[in-house]
Design a protein around this ligand. Sequence first.
Ligand code: 2M8
Length: 462
Amino acid sequence: MSNRLFLYKFETMEMTEITKENYGLKESAKEVLVNNSTGRFTKPTDNLYPHQWSWDAGFIAMGYAHYNQAAAERDLLHLFSGQWDNGMVPHIVFDDRGFEDKYFPGPSFWKTENAPNTPNSVQTSGICQPPIHATAVRHILCHAQDREKALSFADAIFPRIAAWHDYLYRERDKENDGLVYIRHPWESGQDNSPLWDPILNRMQLDPKIMPSYQRRDLGHVDAAERPTNLDYDRYIYLVDFFKKNSYNEESIRENECPFLVQDVLFNTILAKANRDIGEIAEAIGENSEKWFERADKTSRAIDKKLWCAEKQFYVNFDLNRGTQIHERVLAGFLPIYAGVPSKERTEILFNYLNTHCFCHLDDKCYAAPSYDRSSPEYSGSKYWRGPIWINLNWMLCMGLDRYGYTDYAERIMNSIIQLPSMSGFHEYFDPDTGRGYGSDNFSWTASLLLDVLYTREKSASN
Ligand code: 2M8
């Protein structure tokens, strides 16, 4: 452990106290997951998100993997029960109780049952989210309490994950450059990130064709912490556009989908997941070559097409305009999570991360905010426009560790422990005060905290 870890004092608690508190914290985190479990899957939180979300399921499995392998496997199998015939894993698998009064848009708005390719007995949304699932399955294999069972689970889910990745390369990489596109901000998982402002602002909506709808999220969380109504109009317009195109990828493209983006984070997660499915393939005696080749191809493409030489940062690419989108969001550092950049490029990135714009090691800030705090649009409490998100920081931590920036990685791990113990298991946190925002009892905040605690315990006992 580095000296800095011992020197660094949290605002309210020292490291020794954090260690003492770990047991209680672990039990509280497990309780969050127990309370969010429906018996068939674990929802992100009660009320605000009453269904199963795709990348949440992956992050939730990372925590379960250490102590409740059965729940990790159950959740992923439940998610894949909603997989479409074309391989797409939908971003929401709806609870069959519908909960239309709690969550919008629910199954009656998506109406995916009218589209070809959708599963018969499970209701789902018609878009996807970042493909973290192979990484979650590898995590289960690495931390299995019952290795035999984990191998047979991996064997069973392997063809489904393979079909999911095949879908992405077949349907979403039309330029065959190794980068897949997303077609809705929700597909990125970073819903109202400033990344999407230029495209959403360009969308002129015709009120005559806008469907009427009622937001439900504002009944659970303060409007100041959620996307605006203007954002929501665009989200819903896009869903309606997909529905009118029968969720057919080709016609969505041919009819000029206004939102087509090669997103850094989505492709980074895909590159890493390809490597992980390659390792799963090796563990179960399948051919791994194709997956490692895809990992390399996507990594090279991120490093080439999504690197902005002028800004010295990774940025998104707007396929409709044929231009990069220059926004300084935390996701721009995350190619380090998939081992994409060279050491030299990583040093450039680190020198920017380690400033007041994000979080300087000598500052009294918590983990890294989701958006450059020197930007005029930055807000410490508004959803994906500044607050700390535990999942992004967890990936950042893996990346920093991989390139040897261990002091910073430990600092982030400490914050992943500190923030929930100080403010509760919130969805996101203010980078300066550590105050929690959004929903409370949020599953991936709890599960990734559990992952950090168990991983630390294991490395201390080795
Ligand atoms: C948020 O997104 C959903 C739409 O998918 C919403 O606001 O209704 C995002 O934070 C997303 O990343 C997350 O997966 C989802 C559930 O936690 O909530």
